[in-house]
Design a protein around this ligand. Sequence first.
Ligand SMILES: C[S@@+](CC[C@H](N)C(=O)[O-])C[C@H]1O[C@@H](n2cnc3c(N)ncnc32)[C@H](O)[C@@H]1O
Ligand code: SF4
Length: 451
Amino acid sequence: MENLEPLIRHGLFDAKVPRYTSYPPANHFQNGVGHRNQLEWLSAVNEGEDVSVYIHIPFCKRLCWFCACRTQGTQTMRPVEAYVDILLKEIAAVMAHLPEGIAMGRLHLGGGTPTILTPQIMGKLLDAVFDAFTPSADFEFSVEIDPTEASPELLGTLVDYGMNRASIGVQDFDPKVQEAIGRLQSLEQTWDVVRYLRGRGVEAINLDLLYGLPFQTEESFRTTLDHVIAMDPDRLAIYGYAHVPWMSKRQVLIKEETLPDTMARFGLARIAHDVLTGKGFMPIGIDHFAKKTDSLYRADQNGGLRRNFQGYTDDPSATLIGFGASAISRFKGGYEQNAAATSAYQERVLESGLAGHKGYRMTATDDVVAAMIEELMCRFCFPTEQLQEQFPDHSAAIRQTAVSLMSQYPDVFCLTAGGLEMREETYALVRVVASYVDRFTAEGIAHAAAI
Ligand SMILES: C[S@@+](CC[C@H](N)C(=O)[O-])C[C@H]1O[C@@H](n2cnc3c(N)ncnc32)[C@H](O)[C@@H]1O
Ligand code: SF4
């Protein structure tokens, strides 16, 4: 076993730190400002700019106990159909505020379970999306797929509309683990979806796994890894299970005494790393693995890797437009989040067309901290000179942050020509380091500005 002492000393096993899928994290968004910002930022999107589009489908037939996503259970299509009608109204309202000629570089359907839609309802939604946005030359269309809720007809409809990346939820294949997280999903169901998609020419397949689930052992997790490797995915996301029953009420069904402790979680993450890299997958950021032929790996190699709400992306767009309940949009000026509850979302769209509720307007300081944290989360480095060139007005604060990082974490960073780089054996600490930068720089710059 490697030397864990620096990881322990710097708080890896006790720290409660954000995942930094955005900076600032979504819990810093403020109520009541989303709608006002949304109008201004939509009109400020540049003519001819490529944007990314995210559509949230907050419905599932089953509600898995472990799941922390914004979703609700339904056994009938009636609420889903009504929701899609509202989505169409929201798309029309957003288009009325956007300049002409906006192309769509990425389309992602997430949830919840987008594959709960019937082929007819999906067709209606996608017709509206493609009427509104013209796909760009390198268009990527990805969908989150629950293999237990994905008919061949629906998958066929998605492929007909151009879906070229599938993100398939697995979590774990061990029956005891599946039972303890309220998500039964056979190997065969998963294989059926993988085979169908490959047969229809969808080459880019992601699988999602979780470590830190109840009853997971090193042995059981190795078996799950063997099963997913046999499916030959292009990309894997191996997330740490977030047990947050105070936020996600259904998690109270998971017995805490059955969860692996933090040290065991670390061991499971290590196993995933060792097994997957042993099979030729390249580690990307903190929790993704990709084949060398996958676009995420290419982005990682050429400096184009970015952080987004799905984790990591190669999406270069500065603007992400989110549709649906709780969906978050990212603009150059900041973030806007739609009302989270489906009913509140629907009311807002019916009232004014747009559903913006919470938001965050980025300050000049936030832009600097966001760039620092994205560098850490994506490339495990603090490129002092590059950041100073990018933000010349904050040059002194950037240098001060680098000095402070080196003195706080002398055994984590080493000096490079243009800045600092984390040592590979300390990569697991990156969120702890990012939260230090978050506090140090935000407070440091605010203080400097006040003098
Ligand atoms: C929104 S879910 C949708 C997937 C799809 N409905 C399915 O069930 O396959 C996307 C991913 O979020 C991850 N996720 C959900 N709850 C989580 C939690 N509590 N902690 C960490 N990741 C979680 C899971 O890996 C899941 O595959
Ligand atoms: S994991 Fe997927 S199917 Fe299960 S509750 Fe979450 S979104 Fe729904």
